[in-house]
Design a protein around this ligand. Structure first.
Ligand code: 13P
Length: 263
């Protein structure tokens, strides 16, 4: 986290966990420990909990997010949720293209592209997930995969339209496995992504774009990850379900004084 252009962003992805009562209890616990002046914080909760959690967090420095959205604003799409419905329920953020959706639900770079448009149209901040599988990494295809996913996601957008977009680099092999990318490995992927955005879209956009790391982020590895200059935050799965651990992640200690959060 080195650039003053990029405020750190820590997001929890609760995935398909927690009842309404459990969601409210966790959101309140996180809010109670979340001080003003820290990084931007978002909780991406199940659709069933969005409205209630947003209501409970009113006036608190925490954004509520959805974990997906449909690309149309409304229509006959049984089971889907539109960006405007998320926004109406209190969401400010939407995760798009998570690898679990790509793998289990047929998400493609084309649908990711349409969903980014829909999210921006509904005034939501898209968190666009990219990342390679273990197989792809072992075959030295990481850069190619990242380039293809980002090119597809940002197809036909002008740089100005993408100013609010956040990218999450989530290597598939690190998600829910306890295997975190080494900080230098993550930094390498983030640098590649930033340079690709600079080359294919615009230098200024790339310099200001927040790139989060996701994949087994924990209290005991967040500091080393956040010390890397191109890691601007984290997208946290399992550890975001435990208030104390998630709060420690929010209070990461960046290595260099004056960068990130002073402690
Ligand atoms: P874990 O933190 O459980 O590895 O999940 C990461 C993730 O998928 C966040 O979107």
């Amino acid at each position: 986290m080195s650039s003053p252009l990029r405020k750190p962003f820590i997001a929890g992805n609760w995935k398909m966990h927690l009842t309404l009562a459990e969601s409210l209890a966790l959101a309140k616990e996180v809010a109670a420990g979340c001080a003003e002046g820290g990084p931007d914080v978002a909780l991406c909760v199940p659709f069933t909990a969005v409205a209630a959690v947003a209501e409970a967090l009113k006036g608190r420095p925490i954004l509520v997010g959805g974990q997906d959205l449909h690309w149309e604003p409304q229509g006959a799409f049984t089971g889907e949720v539109a960006g405007r419905q998320l926004a109406d329920a209190g969401c400010r953020v939407a995760i798009i293209g998570h690898s679990e959706r790509r793998r289990c639900f047929g998400e493609t770079d084309e649908t990711v592209n349409k969903k980014i448009k829909a999210a921006l149209g509904a005034d939501l901040i898209p968190i666009v997930c990219v990342g390679e599988t273990l197989d792809e990494r072992e075959q030295q295809k990481t850069y190619r995969v990242l380039e293809t996913q980002i090119r597809g996601a940002f197809m036909n957008f002008a740089p100005d339209e993408l100013a609010r977009v956040i990218i999450a680099y989530e290597p598939v092999w690190a998600i829910g496995t306890g295997k975190t990318a080494a900080p230098a490995q993550a930094q390498d992927a983030h640098t590649f992504i930033r340079k690709y955005v600079a080359r294919s879209l615009q230098e200024k956009l790339a310099a200001g774009m927040r790139i989060l790391y996701g994949g087994s982020v924990k209290a005991d590895n967040v500091d080393a990850l956040m010390a890397e200059p191109d890691l601007d935050g984290a997208l946290v799965g399992g550890e975001s379900l435990k208030a104390a651990n998630f709060l420690r992640i929010i209070r990461f200690k960046a290595a260099a004084p004056g960068i990130g959060q002073a402690r």
